[in-house]
Design a protein around this ligand. Structure first.
Ligand code: NAD
Length: 342
């Protein structure tokens, strides 16, 4: 008998529909090839394009649909930048479902040009507070302030998540902060990491200031295993790490809480490429693999990763970001066919 999962799919804006369609096609290939899994895809409205119709980028019906699903596969969405506009859907979902851990693996891919060939690191970013708390005000005309909220509770929770992950990997954890300047907020974060470390004596712990970390990620990315850091630093470091290993078109991210997971590409909606069928769907396909892993379907998740590695390694199907001329659909189809052939 096959195991069935309801998966909420939010296609998103810009290139979102193209890359999520490719990922759904890959999930269907997994379903058809294993015969042990079934997916009920629940499509929800969300994103910039929803504002005109619903007055919000995350309509209540979509929130209800997300709650009925086992997990969410989310396409990238355009975030309006004007003051007073709806906040980012990703940020709202992280809050509603308390998705406190943002997990962004950065892996070297075969035959993909990268700064270094043997990178295998994960950025674990605190996802619910810091400079993304949404507490930003204009105190007086021309005088703005944003609150960087760091709590012991959230810092401990993310530190323990990162240590647990490091213990299963190469047992090396780097915590990144700017405690020399942000003495109170990053002092709290540092204290929480040091306390969590006591429970994991086998994990080697190092610390880096964020400016040094950005440099080290370029110079010696292979020296990192798990990086744990606060919200904004993690956002920036994970985009940088993605570029080190071949670009945003390949980087996936998971947003994980106690009872729910949301999976998305690290990249945004890249509006200038919308509808052009030329961007790389691998990031979203790898997000689908992370989702299966989260659901406990390790074999199926591994199958997707293996198919991606195999297609990239062969080097015949390449999208423009990888120096080729293949389309989004061709890349998605090549990975889906590889799954069928594995
Ligand atoms: P972006 O990630 O959309 O695009 C930056 C550049 O990266 C693109 O111009 C393109 O050259 C490259 N790129 C991105 N995705 C690619 C892919 N799949 N294949 C190949 N190349 C790819 O970043 P941006 O231009 O800063 O943001 C555009 C919009 O996306 C903004 O509204 C931003 O707020 C939003 N955004 C959303 C999310 C999210 O939904 N989680 C994340 C980041 C940005």
């Amino acid at each position: 008998m096959s195991k069935a999962y309801s998966i909420a799919v939010l296609k998103g804006d810009g290139i979102g529909p193209e890359v999520t369609e490719a990922a759904v096609k890959v999930l269907e290939a997994v379903r058809d090839s294993t015969k042990k899994l079934d997916f009920n895809f629940l499509y929800g409205e969300a994103g910039y394009h929803s504002i005109a119709e619903y007055g919000t980028n995350l309509p209540p019906d979509t929130i209800a649909l997300l709650k009925r699903a086992s997990a969410c596969l989310k396409g990238p969405m355009t975030t309006p930048e004007e003051p007073g506009a709806p906040v980012s859907v990703a940020v709202t979902l992280r809050r509603i479902f308390n998705l406190y851990a943002n997990v962004r693996p950065c892996l070297s891919f075969p035959s993909v040009e990268a700064l270094k060939p043997s990178v295998d690191l994960v950025v674990v970013r605190e996802n619910t507070e810091g400079l993304y708390s949404g507490a930003e005000f204009e105190l007086a005309p021309g005088v703005g302030v944003a609150l960087r909220i760091i709590t012991r509770e959230a810092s401990t929770r993310i530190a323990e998540f990162a240590f647990k992950l490091a213990a299963k990997r190469r047992k090396h954890l780097t915590y990144v902060h700017k405690g020399n300047i942000l003495r109170i907020t990053d002092g709290i974060f540092k204290g929480a990491v040091k306390e969590a470390a006591l429970k994991y004596p086998d994990v080697i712990v190092e610390e880096l200031h964020v400016d040094a970390a950005t440099m080290q990620l370029i110079k010696k990315p292979e020296s990192f295993d798990v990086i744990v850091t606060t919200n904004l630093f993690g956002d920036i470091l994970s985009d940088e790490a993605a570029q080190v290993t071949g670009g945003l078109g390949l980087a996936a991210g998971a947003n994980i809480g106690e009872t729910y997971g949301m999976f998305e590409p690290v990249h945004g909606s890249a509006p200038k490429y919308a509808g052009k069928n030329r961007v790389n769907p691998v990031a979203t396909i790898m997000a689908a693999s992370m989702m299966l892993d989260y659901l406990g379907e390790k074999e199926a998740a591994g199958k997707i990763e293996k198919a991606v590695m195999s297609v990239l390694g062969e080097g015949k199907v390449r999208t423009a970001d990888l120096g080729g001329s293949c389309t989004t659909i061709e890349m998605g189809n090549a990975i889906a066919s590889k799954i069928t052939a594995l």
